[in-house]
Ligand binder design. Structure first.
Ligand code: 8YV
Length: 329
């Protein structure tokens, strides 16, 4: 009997070596060795030939691309938690299963969110720039004063895994925890986190010292912080985003930061990555990171292992554990 052909798995970006090695042992795998972001044409070719596509956040898989998929493509096993770059409806209509990598980047992303809160409140990047530029003329009682965290109110938008992990950390820094979520979390979680639930996002926004975006980007959360809502914030407020840029109206946020209508922002994600509103680049009261929320070695390996399990279980004829189900979008 001729050996059965192994399914072709196409991976769009460079993954940790240990994951790529295992991937090649298990499947017929096409890697992206030089790690360039795939063009639309390259993605189309991948969709036309792959049995399984392993994309990342840098691949926009819209309805047009899904229409170009060959009949053999049955699984899109995303390397990443957020699946907003994939048209889930088009995938479902075409009978393609989509999986993601939940749970393994919670702690890393919560760490980065806390780091951004501290960095903005205590002016870390600004101070570092001052020292490196050779402009520090010595200690003085009133230079570069920041804002104390203890006793302030943190409003978390999206109290899922990452929101809760952030709340645990923030409590340790003496912040009081407030949140807005589609659904109120279990009373035991509220008790543990001493968290106050706000049914009205508008009312919460106007009372917070720090606001952190931790909800996924879905059609319902696009520009959730629009101009009207941003104007509800106190002028002393700090906004932090480690979710997706599209949840905030970036142009309005930049303008308000420039005019000091909002005190500061810590942004790890942007509306048009990797392009950033040029106004933001000129501001001292913002800390800007290149989408590093889950960027730890351990996190990337864990994400890769999740992808391997999803692909393997699918190929073996089982339902992959991290199937993104319809109610998720
Ligand atoms: C990932 C993320 O780095 O998983 C996510 O949703 O935002 C990031 O932490 C990226 O999306 C990988 O595709």
């Amino acid at each position: 009997m001729p050996p059965t052909k192994k399914p072709l798995v196409v991976v769009t970006r460079k993954l940790p070596d240990v994951i790529e090695t295992r991937m090649m042992e298990l499947f017929q795998t096409r890697l992206n060795l030089d790690d360039h972001p795939l063009s639309r044409a390259e993605l189309g070719e991948a969709m036309a030939t792959a049995d399984v596509l392993v994309p990342t956040v840098t691949d926009r898989i819209d309805a047009g691309l899904i229409a170009e998929a060959g009949p053999q493509l049955k699984l899109i096993a995303n390397f990443g938690n957020g699946v907003d770059h994939i048209d889930l409806r088009a995938a479902r209509e075409r009978g393609i299963i989509v999986t993601n990598t939940p749970g393994v980047l919670t702690e890393d992303t919560a760490d980065m969110t806390m780091a951004l809160i501290l960095a903005v409140a205590r002016r870390l990047s600004e101070g570092e720039r001052l020292v490196r530029a050779g402009r520090w003329s010595g200690w003085a009682p009133t230079i570069m004063l920041g804002t104390r965290l203890t006793g302030k109110r943190l409003g978390i938008i999206g109290m899922g895994r990452i929101g809760q992990a952030l709340a645990r950390r923030a409590k340790g820094f003496g912040l009081s925890i407030h949140y807005h979520n589609r659904k109120r979390v279990h009373p035991d979680v509220e008790t543990e986190l001493e968290a106050t639930y706000w049914d009205s996002l508008d009312q919460m926004l106007s009372r917070m010292d720090i606001v952190s975006i931790n909800c996924p980007r879905t059609p319902a959360t696009y520009h959730l912080l629009n101009a009207r809502r941003l104007q509800l914030l106190k002028p002393s407020a700090i906004v932090v985003n480690t979710s997706r840029g599209e949840v905030i109206d970036e142009a309005t946020l930049s303008r308000m930061l420039q005019r000091k209508e909002i005190a500061g922002a810590g942004l790890d994600v942007f509306e048009h990555e990797p392009t950033i509103d040029p106004k933001l680049l000129k501001l001292d009261n913002v800390v800007l990171l290149p989408h590093l929320g889950s960027a730890t070695y351990e996190g990337r390996v864990d994400m890769g292992e999740k992808v391997l399990v999803n692909v393997k279980s699918f190929i073996d004829g089982h339902t992959p554990p991290d199937r993104v189900i319809q109610s998720d979008f």
